[in-house]
Write a protein that binds this ligand. Structure first.
Ligand SMILES: [Zn+2]
Length: 499
């Protein structure tokens, strides 16, 4: 029989927390874990007493739990400028340490992962695999590796839209960290759990963050996600000026690898190229380090697999550009990598270009319809059933230049489409602070497309008259109108492509 007993830990604020002590508790690289009796929290202690007594680790964790904590409002001692709304949002996006333990020894208390990030016996139909899978964390490899995903029920796998949704989640969480000056230092398929059914992800293992002004953690990263410059210099002494340590720049490489895997179900650097015949280790080192080559590099095609049926081009121009910057321009030049905010913006813009595949058996169900002349799903090659694509081009006013507008985004319309503030005003963005009340909606009504005002003050018709709430404008090819006469309001241009 396995023995179980309940113990009490005292937190730094003097309060206590109970935890269930088990034989052979789950062990990570740094710490081992017990659960509280209600399983809502985990209590973690260090494997190595040297770490438990390390003053640098104490200081770093104090800063992480306190003044850099995005899951706590500024009022309650959390991150500067953090509102309760933002704190609530990020509470479900991070497993952020909640408090520090002072006795029986130094440790941390974290929220347990939400239950939707664990597999259940219902996650697979395959007998014999049910027990293996049950209770395991939803690491992204289970979903992005074709070898593993074939064991899962199809509804576990989500679709292209839900993978795009969780990519937005990840970019937003990392943007928030980087905004505070923090770096994760070990983003990987193991430290970001995903739920493709819901389209959400949670970033875990927050205790190895790089905190401004404090001694960095001794983390290298996880194979396949380590930035090339870190891998290349990891043999140098830690204080050698040429040694590259994990930072926000290295996070930007790891995050781009994850997003590429989520959206394309393959690794961006693992292609057919052989870098060394000496040993597998050397080949791997060169392939992911000094000689790393993007499998979709448009110029150097030496690492390109022969059977690429869909590519970054199928993700639309925003994401194509970002992947080129991450894996061509920025692969060996960390400063060139797109920031997490640029990823968040590009992914959100791509969201507005989604189109549902007309093939009910399509594995991806959604695709990015970036070229209205080619309304064909890149995954199953089905042409969409609709006879037309209605696209709205958003243009924002050039400040100080009356009557001049620049492109700010595009939307593919569908029936009953909701329109939010970020589609109307150039200073609104769908982040954790965004108001999500309906501004307008798009409908296919009696053979025509209409844009119905649901709450915009100052919406104008194509001829410049106010469109009251409840009234609509007709979307015809080439028509344009001001979504709002506010200085920040977009000019909307409609185009209809028929075939
Ligand atoms: Zn399809």
């Amino acid at each position: 029989m396995e023995s179980k007993r309940t113990e009490k830990a005292t937190l730094v604020d003097g309060s206590t927390i109970e935890y269930v002590v088990k034989d052979n508790p789950p062990k990570g690289g740094m710490k081992y874990t017990y659960f509280t009796p209600d399983k809502k929290y985990v209590v973690q202690f260090f494997n190595d007493p040297k770490n438990a007594n390390d003053i640098n680790i104490h200081k770093r964790l104090e800063a992480i739990v306190g003044k850099y904590n995005p899951t706590l409002s500024e009022e309650k001692g959390g991150s500067r400028g953090n509102t309760q709304l933002a704190a609530d949002y990020f509470s479900s996006r991070f497993c952020w340490p909640k408090s520090l333990i002072k006795s029986p020894e130094f440790g941390i208390v974290c929220p347990a992962y939400p239950s939707n990030y664990f597999f259940s016996e219902n996650s697979t139909d395959i007998e014999g695999y049910k027990d293996i899978l049950k209770g395991k964390d939803k690491k992204s490899t289970y979903f992005t590796s074709p070898k593993l995903s074939k064991y899962l029920k199809s509804d576990e796998l989500g679709d292209f839209r839900s993978m795009l949704s969780l990519s937005i989640n990840l970019a937003r969480s990392i943007r928030r960290m980087h905004q505070a000056g923090l770096a994760h230092s070990d983003l990987s398929c193991n430290n970001v759990l995903i739920d493709p059914q819901k389209g959400t992800c949670v970033v875990i293992d927050i205790d190895s963050l790089v905190v401004p002004g404090l001694y960095p953690p001794e983390v290298i990263g996880t194979s396949g996600y380590i930035a090339p410059e870190v891998l290349e210099t990891m043999e140098l002494p830690i204080d050698d000026p040429n040694r590259k340590l994990p930072s926000s720049y290295t996070d930007l490489h790891s995050m781009a690898v994850l997003i590429y895997e989520y959206l394309l179900k393959r690794h961006p650097l693992k292609g057919p190229k052989v870098y060394s015949t000496e040993s597998a280790e050397k080949d791997d080192f060169l392939a992911l380090g000094p000689k790393a080559t993007f499998i979709e590099n448009p110029v150097d095609k030496s690492n390109r697999p022969k059977d690429l049926t869909y590519t970054i081009k199928d993700l639309g121009p925003e994401l194509e550009k970002l992947f080129i910057r991450a894996f061509v321009d920025g692969l060996h030049s960390p400063n060139e990598r797109p920031t997490a905010m640029e990823w968040e913006k590009g992914l959100v813009k791509t969201w507005d270009m989604l189109s549902q595949c007309s093939n009910s058996k399509c594995t991806h169900k959604w695709f990015v319809l970036h070229d209205p002349q080619k309304p064909i799903c890149p995954y199953c090659k089905t042409k969409i059933k609709a006879k037309e694509v209605v696209r709205l081009k958003l243009k924002s006013r050039v400040r100080g230049r009356n009557g001049q507008w620049i492109d700010a985004g595009e939307i593919n319309c569908y029936d009953n489409m909701p329109i939010f503030k970020w589609h109307i005003y150039s200073n609104c963005f769908p982040d954790e602070k965004a108001e999500r009340d309906l501004q307008a909606s798009i409908h296919y009504y009696q053979g025509q497309w209409i844009f119905v005002n649901r709450g915009i003050a100052g919406m104008l018709s194509p001829s410049g008259n106010i469109v009251p709430i409840g009234q609509a404008v007709l979307l015809s090819d080439g028509s344009s109108f001001q979504a709002s006469n506010d200085e920040k309001g977009y000019l909307i241009e409609a185009s209809i492509t028929r075939w």
